[in-house]
Design a protein around this ligand. Structure first.
Ligand code: NAP
Length: 284
């Protein structure tokens, strides 16, 4: 029986893991979030990890408010960097394997081909920088970890782009969405399945991996598909440029990730983003 500690369990990825792992009687799970395991509390983290007897930690916790992070750098760094350091040190001492989740926003977005794991990160936002520094904590203090960079997550849970577009589309009847940021919408359920495949694999191979759904889209393409699949095709969507929709954080204009390494190492097959979007919307 594998014993797994899941942190940040109330978020999109945590909830998706909860749904999937509920079907696995061979895996014993402990789900925690800030109210019962605040990862910024070093002593509490050490205690949970050294006394828990877990084989794996899946860290789903993060400060994910990308724009707010620009004015709350200290708070973002505490969760995205320092808390990861707390996990890394304790996990190494207790010999617990860590699966940690990072982001495509570690890249600048100047590429015109998918980013692979050897490409040099160059974050343009506080969120991206604090997440990259979190990766660094693991590389320094717990090099046996698996770090998965993902992107554009949505799910049935919490607030996300899919729910916002459906709600605002119905309310307003027309929307304007940026068309010059290119990436891949990724269903958190698919990432949770990939993480489960890594848990099941006998081939624990530490390092950085990229995971998103298959395919490429702009936020504009994503919005159109959400409205079509969500039964609201009458909502008018107009494309706009990022420069006409200024936000506090600078986001990469291109952040498609190359997933070859995770597919080859763990034998993972990945769905096309539109197929997964249909699945998510049918579950909403
Ligand atoms: N969402 C995306 O589009 C996206 C894109 C790329 C990468 N990622 C990465 O994917 C991972 C999962 O993202 P997600 O969308 O599932 O995030 P999420 O929905 O924002 O969930 C994060 C969870 O972490 C919790 N948390 C915050 N501070 C904590 C602390 N000090 N101790 C313990 N838990 C704490 C949050 O609680 P509160 O809600 O109470 O703060 C929340 O329940 C994260 O590492 C994120 O950086 C996400």
């Amino acid at each position: 029986m594998k014993k797994i500690l899941i942190t940040g369990a109330n978020g999109q990825l945590g909830k998706s893991l909860e749904r999937i792992l509920a079907t696995r009687p061979d895996i014993e799970t402990t789900f925690t979030d800030v109210e019962n395991l605040d990862l910024t509390d070093r002593e509490a983290v050490e205690n949970a990890i050294t006394t828990g007897g877990h084989d794996f930690i899946i860290n789903c916790a993060a400060y994910t408010a990308v724009d707010r992070a620009e004015s709350e750098e200290v708070a973002a760094a505490r969760i995205n960097t320092e808390a990861v350091g707390n996990i890394a040190r304790a996990a190494r001492a207790a010999r617990v394997k860590v699966i940690h989740v990072s982001t495509d926003y570690v890249f600048s977005g100047n590429h015109h081909r998918p980013y692979d794991e050897l490409d040099e990160p160059y974050p343009t936002s506080v969120y991206g920088r604090t997440k990259l520094e979190g990766e660094g904590m693991l590389t320094s203090f717990c090099p046996d970890a698996v770090i998965i960079r993902t992107a554009w997550l949505y799910s049935e849970y919490g607030n996300n782009f899919v729910k916002t577009i459906l709600k605002k589309g119905k309310e307003l009847g027309s929307l304007t969405v940026v068309c010059d940021q290119i990436g891949t919408p990724t269903y958190a359920g698919d990432l949770a399945e990939a993480i489960t495949a890594i848990l099941d694999s006998d081939n624990w191979t530490p390092g950085v991996y990229h995971f998103t759904d298959e395919g490429v889209a702009s936020w504009y393409d994503f919005a159109i598909e959400i409205l079509n699949l969500g039964g609201e095709p009458q909502v008018k969507v107009s494309p706009c440029a990022t420069k006409d929709y200024p936000t506090p954080a600078t986001r990469p204009s291109y952040s498609v990730l190359d997933k070859t390494k995770i597919k080859r190492t763990f034998g993972i097959s990945i769905p096309y983003w539109k197929d997964s979007l249909r699945k998510c919307i049918s579950r909403l």
